[in-house]
Design a protein around this ligand. Structure first.
Ligand code: SF4
Length: 364
């Protein structure tokens, strides 16, 4: 009989599991605590269980963990990138971002909070099917969706290696989280209720998967939503992000406004500045107009060139905007009462910055 991997099961699923093996329902709650709060990696560690129960669990179930292959630490800002191998040999990356590195100096949302913040950027898919032209993960193609256990274990393993409490989670690593909706939502349930990271400190970033945004709103998911926007012009955005041909800006904004009306949490728009493409006065005016439609903030992100091999592709036209010009663009927005932050290039030297995650998925 195939053993059941318990890592990644929610409390409700663990209760169903223990009932299925003729144990009392409360054992499910205890297992949930052992797996995610006490971080047990074997049934032997579960000292509140009798020897016979531990043996029974060992016969019927497993606690799968990710295999850490390597990790690299930035010499500039201590951002650390982890390379994990999954059970089928596929590989993913996660990035741990220390305090005061996410934004440019002085550009912080909450100074006191920022001092203590340790943010983990998690992956939700092996590669990504969406093929945004500025993103190294998109260039990898799509492998598969991660299970809830594989998402949760990125948090547990990095916490163990870092030896520190992770305070914030951002679903901004490899993959489009809303294309892996059920596993991502189960992982959020476990991260918030089992690992005890409040949903107020969890941000999900989407390229604009409209169906998922509406579902989140309808299901009352109180997590921070970030939209990879990058242009308010359909023609330009479709060139940057092919998903815009499926869900255009009008559909996207309607879904985001719907989400805000239901959830009432300020939305973040991520905006990578590309020289001559989306950094013009008319682009700034469009962002000002957008900011009047709902409470939101805009994160300006420096572009990290991932190197296009095809000179005819649109990616070959993408170049970063010098920091002085990015400041000017941000100030123009600020003058018009837009809340705007400039994100730093944390981890750029180890290819851990925004859009740089990519691994070769060699089998074991
Ligand atoms: S930016 Fe996000 S959605 Fe787009 S290809 Fe990269 S990982 Fe996928």
């Amino acid at each position: 009989m195939k053993k059941t991997n318990l890592k990644g099961l929610t409390q409700k699923e663990l209760e169903e599991f223990v009932l299925s093996i003729e144990e009392k329902k409360f054992r499910g709650q205890q297992l949930f605590d052992w797996l995610y709060n006490k971080e047990a990696e074997s049934f032997n560690d579960m000292s509140t269980f009798s020897k016979s129960l531990r043996n029974k669990l060992d016969e019927l179930a497993t606690i799968d963990t990710l295999e850490l292959l390597t990790f690299h630490k930035s010499i500039h800002d201590n951002t650390t990138k982890f390379l994990f191998q999954l059970k089928d040999g596929k590989r993913i990356e996660s990035v741990l971002i220390p305090p005061k590195t996410a934004f440019q100096n002085g550009d912080v949302d909450d100074e006191e909070d920022e001092q203590k913040r340790l943010t983990l950027c998690v992956s939700t898919q092996v590669g990504c099917p969406l093929d945004c032209v500025f993103c190294a993960t998109g260039a990898m193609g799509f492998g598969r969706n991660l299970t809830a256990g594989e998402i949760v274990d990125q948090v547990l393993q990095t916490k163990k290696i870092a030896g520190k409490k992770i305070t914030n989670i951002v679903f901004m690593g490899m993959g489009e989280p809303l294309m892996n909706y059920d596993s991502v939502m189960n992982s959020i349930d476990i991260i918030s209720n089992g690992i005890n990271i409040s949903t107020r400190r969890i941000t999900l970033s989407t390229a604009g998967w409209v169906d998922g945004i509406i579902r989140m709103a309808d299901e009352g998911k109180k997590i921070k939503l970030a939209i990879s926007l990058h242009s308010l012009n359909d023609e330009v955005r479709s060139k940057l992000m092919p998903l815009n041909k499926k869900f255009n800006l009008q559909q996207l904004m309607k879904a985001v406004e719907y989400y805000y009306r239901k959830i009432k949490i300020r939305v973040t728009f991520e905006y990578i500045l590309f020289a001559g493409i989306n950094d013009r006065m008319e682009d700034a005016k469009s962002l000002v107009k957008l900011s009047k439609t709902m409470p939101c903030k805009i994160n300006i992100i420096p572009f990290h060139n991932i190197g296009s091999t095809n000179p005819k592709s649109f990616a070959a036209n993408l170049h970063p905007v010098p920091m002085r010009e990015a400041d000017k663009f941000a100030n123009l927005l600020r003058k018009n009462h837009v809340t705007v932050f400039i994100r730093s290039s944390a981890g750029e030297d180890i290819a851990a910055a925004c859009g740089q995650l990519a691994v070769k998925n060699k089998p074991k």
